[in-house]
Design a protein around this ligand. Structure first.
Ligand code: PMP
Length: 405
């Protein structure tokens, strides 16, 4: 019997599993044999990952020789990491208590847990426009109906969101925001808008999924309190954090900070996903945190990222001048570049790749593809010389695209 063409009984939700243009670019780029300047993935530079420090503490930290070194572990997280994390957060805008913390497999699992617990098929979920692709994809995977509310230089335009929600005649189940150094736009929501957002969420009874992986990577300007701090214990704020940008994405360790009343539910949901987060990775991080390595590492990285952002902006100015606009973030990893309407950044991608530069097209950040002439550049992964080379290649690609039409 030929079974190759058998129709499989897929779940209705399979249609909502849209994947990630960003994540797929990792394999696409790995397959390239020519030199490509990589502005696509939002990962720290290879040299920014404290590989030697982690290796030095590694074997001992993961507890080689201890009977449980490679065993299953507590679902809420390894006690050593939980303790080190609480100490790390003390005095920051994310200060918290043990009964609010659950260690996760990166920020993505935090987003998945939030949606798994709160989103039913057909629920209305507000996302920013542009938004973080994998965040909107997670809500879609639980069959949410998305409402895209615009972002400007002060972050999510909360008043506009309120009008848009009102026009639907419904209330959102959740509002998904990346309030600080947003992915992809780099903008930070002002204090005033954070207050307005909290007020609206309270009036609607909506959850705020507060996804803030870059907050501790501020390199200029004045810090704005996190939604976690402003909520002052209000259970409507579900905060998602990760070590991916601060230390290393391959460790796949993050945490969620939620109302204590949710913790058992989160544990139950996580047990049905992965039982527990990778124990050796948690212990490695705990060792890194208790060695005092993180603060020093962050200080070095912030200075690097400021220089890298400036180098990218200068190169954009040199090559594009007034023919494009870009954002000016005070932290994080990304610039959002907008060209005039004739530049289709999806069509540009292939030409750019051939020229030796990769980025993420703007439409990847909008479920309804509202940004055909924009793109996201990660300035964090490349040193200034390499960045200049990449921007020059991008400019050559834009010229080729324009010559073609
Ligand atoms: N949220 C945002 C806004 C991100 O930028 C990222 C990483 N690109 C994540 C969540 C996912 O983090 P992690 O890699 O830790 O799963």
């Amino acid at each position: 019997m030929n079974t190759a063409n058998r129709t499989l009984p897929l779940a209705a939700r399979a249609d909502s599993l849209v994947g990630s243009v960003i994540d797929s670019s990792t394999s696409l780029l790995a397959a390239q044999t020519h030199d490509v300047v990589r502005f696509a993935m939002g990962s720290p530079a290879a040299e920014a990952i404290p590989t030697e420090a982690l290796a030095a503490i590694g074997v001992e930290a993961i507890g080689a020789g201890r009977a449980d070194a490679f065993d299953y572990a507590a679902t809420e997280g390894d006690p050593a990491l939980r303790e080190a994390l609480l100490a790390m957060l003390e005095g920051t805008s994310d200060a918290t208590t043990s009964d609010r913390l659950t260690i996760t497999a990166g920020g993505m699992q935090g987003l998945d847990l939030a949606c798994k617990i709160f989103i039913d098929p057909g629920d209305l979920v507000v996302v920013e426009s542009p938004t973080y692709t994998n965040g909107s994809a997670t809500a879609l995977s639980y069959q949410a109906e998305l409402l895209e509310a615009p972002v400007d230089t002060e972050g999510l335009i909360v008043s506009r969101m309120a009008e848009m929600v009102e026009a639907t005649g419904r209330t959102p189940k959740a509002i998904y925001t990346v309030p600080t150094f947003q992915n992809p736009s780099g903008t930070t929501m002002t204090l005033q808008r954070r207050h307005e957002l909290l007020e609206l969420a309270r009036s609607w009874g909506s959850m705020i999924i507060d996804d803030d992986p870059y907050g501790l990577l501020r390199f200029s300007g004045t810090a704005v309190p996190t939604l976690h701090e402003l909520a002052d214990g209000d259970p409507l704020v579900f905060s998602v954090r990760t070590f991916s940008k601060m230390v290393a994405p391959g460790l796949r360790v993050g945490w969620v900070d939620t109302a204590p009343s949710l913790q058992q539910l989160i544990i139950n949901a996580k047990q049905a996903m992965d039982t527990c987060t990778n124990l050796p990775a948690q212990r490695l991080l705990a060792g890194f945190l208790t060695s005092g390595g993180l603060e020093e590492h962050l200080q070095t990285q912030r200075a690097q990222y400021r220089r890298r952002k400036q180098a990218m902006q200068e190169a954009l100015q040199e090559h594009f001048g007034d023919s494009a606009r870009w954002t000016d973030p005070d932290g994080g990893f990304f610039l959002w570049v907008t060209f005039d309407e004739s530049v289709d950044t999806e069509a540009l991608f292939e030409i750019a790749l051939a020229e030796g530069v990769a980025y993420i097209p703007g439409n990847a950040f909008s479920p309804s593809k509202r940004f055909p002439n924009a793109l996201r550049l990660c300035f964090a992964s490349t040193n200034p010389d390499r960045t200049r080379e990449g921007v020059a290649r991008l400019a050559a690609a834009v010229r080729r695209l324009q010559d073609r039409s």
